[in-house]
Design a protein around this ligand. Structure first.
Ligand SMILES: [Zn+2]
Length: 251
């Protein structure tokens, strides 16, 4: 059924991110405020959540960076406002396993989590430069997603999830990164997450057509993923751009 709707849910902000973390080799000396986003997708008589956000501010500050999150921005509160009960959600798609996208999995006690097998493998032994993002034992903790790993459904490559909803493997930001392609009454949309953290990553800057995230594991794959996105031709929805909240519901 091509009549899905997509709601970006704001579950906090990182008040100050150095711009080149999001736009590779661009924006030195600039910092920006960015949202943390979960996505609620409805259609095909299903409710699907994409990503689960970044845990609580205390933990974020201890291992990562300051996170602003009001009571009303806690994932439970945000979901409650749209009439979703976390315990009733049966399916979550995880774009990847960086801490700020999968740290509230345990709220969804009945859910199955679709994740790329390659992402789980990499999360278990990333390059040292990515140890913090994946919360490996190197930084003195273990990632919160581990608590729900028994409910992971590992897939390889592109896969149809429901009629009108597919996961699309887009390696580059991480080896097992996946976007989510969603058919709507106004054409296909693609939840691009950290493959395109900002609209600017997709729109380019006059010198380059598209700009990779500053965080990546393979730029060759990344540019192939850009090509794949061009071929798909869907409207991209970036992962950390404030402008995403210009609309409450897409399309
Ligand atoms: Zn990421």
């Amino acid at each position: 059924m091509p009549n899905c709707t997509i709601r970006p849910l704001n579950v906090g902000h990182f008040p100050k991110i150095d711009k080149p973390i999001l736009t590779y080799m661009r924006g030195f000396g600039e910092s920006i405020r960015v949202p943390v986003v979960m996505w609620a997708v409805e259609g095909a008589n299903q409710r699907i959540l994409i990503d689960t956000g970044s845990g609580d501010p205390q933990r974020a500050l201890k291992y990562h960076r300051p996170l602003e999150q009001s009571e009303g921005q806690r994932p439970e509160s945000v979901l409650q406002r749209i009439g979703w009960n976390p315990e009733e959600i049966e399916l979550v798609i995880l774009t990847h396993l960086h801490w700020d996208h999968c740290s509230n999995n345990s709220l969804f006690s009945r859910a199955e989590f679709i994740v790329q097998e390659e992402e789980v493998n990499y999360a278990n032994s990333p390059l040292p430069v990515h140890a913090v993002a994946y919360e490996t034992p190197l930084i003195g903790t273990s990632p919160l997603w581990v608590e729900t790993a028994s409910r992971f459904k590992m897939i390889r490559g592109d896969q149809k999830v429901f009629p009108g909803i597919s996961s699309v493997h887009l390696p580059g930001h991480s080896p097992g990164f996946q976007g989510v392609l969603i058919e709507t009454l106004k054409g296909p949309y693609l939840i691009a997450g950290d493959c395109l953290p900002l609209y600017e990553n997709w729109e380019g800057d006059g010198h380059e057509k598209h700009i990779p995230s500053g965080v990546h594991t393979d730029l060759f794959s990344y540019y192939k993923s850009f090509k794949k996105l061009e071929e798909i031709g869907a409207t991209p929805l970036p992962g950390h751009d404030m402008r995403i909240f210009d609309k409450r519901v897409y399309p």
